[in-house]
Design a protein around this ligand. Structure first.
Ligand code: TYD
Length: 132
């Protein structure tokens, strides 16, 4: 259910650098980037599934947790490394974003533009969709 991508960390005495490239270390053509920050620690974001969208989540600063449900199993993963991405392929999974650290900046890479039609925002609808 969970796929992590590990990016090369070009680390030297000056600091660290991670490079992200479409269809190279990211398994799709990146069409959109957005980022979440200044989220309070007790907030829960996401609470939706995507029908087609592929995404990679990277905590480039701080940490947060991602709860993932496929309709049968569920798993919580911690994102706390700027050189690790959580890859959502085109499997339809429910995701919730929680436990944001104060300094968390979560960068999301996506293979398509924002399209509300691609969202399933109701959990019962998600379960119905998975049965089809
Ligand atoms: P929302 O879907 O509620 O965020 P999350 O899934 O993290 O809880 O999005 C918040 C608002 O931002 C909502 O009005 C839709 C808008 N939005 C865009 O316009 N473009 C985007 O790429 C995204 C992800 C959201």
């Amino acid at each position: 259910m969970i796929k992590f991508l590990e990016f090369k960390n070009f680390c030297d005495e000056r600091g660290s650098l991670v490079s992200i490239e479409s269809c190279k270390n990211i398994p799709f053509d990146i069409k959109r980037i957005y980022y979440l920050f200044k989220n309070s620690s007790n907030t829960i974001r996401g609470k939706h599934a995507h029908k087609k969208l592929k995404q990679v989540y990277i905590a480039v600063s701080g940490s947060c947790k991602i709860l993932i449900k496929d309709g049968q199993k569920e798993q919580i993963v911690l994102l706390d490394k700027p050189n690790v991405g959580l890859f959502f392929d085109d499997n339809v999974v429910w995701r919730e974003l929680l436990d944001f650290s104060e300094n968390c900046v979560l960068v999301v890479l996506a293979d398509d533009f924002y399209n509300e039609e691609d969202y399933i925002r109701n959990y019962d609808e998600f379960l119905e969709y998975k049965k089809k």
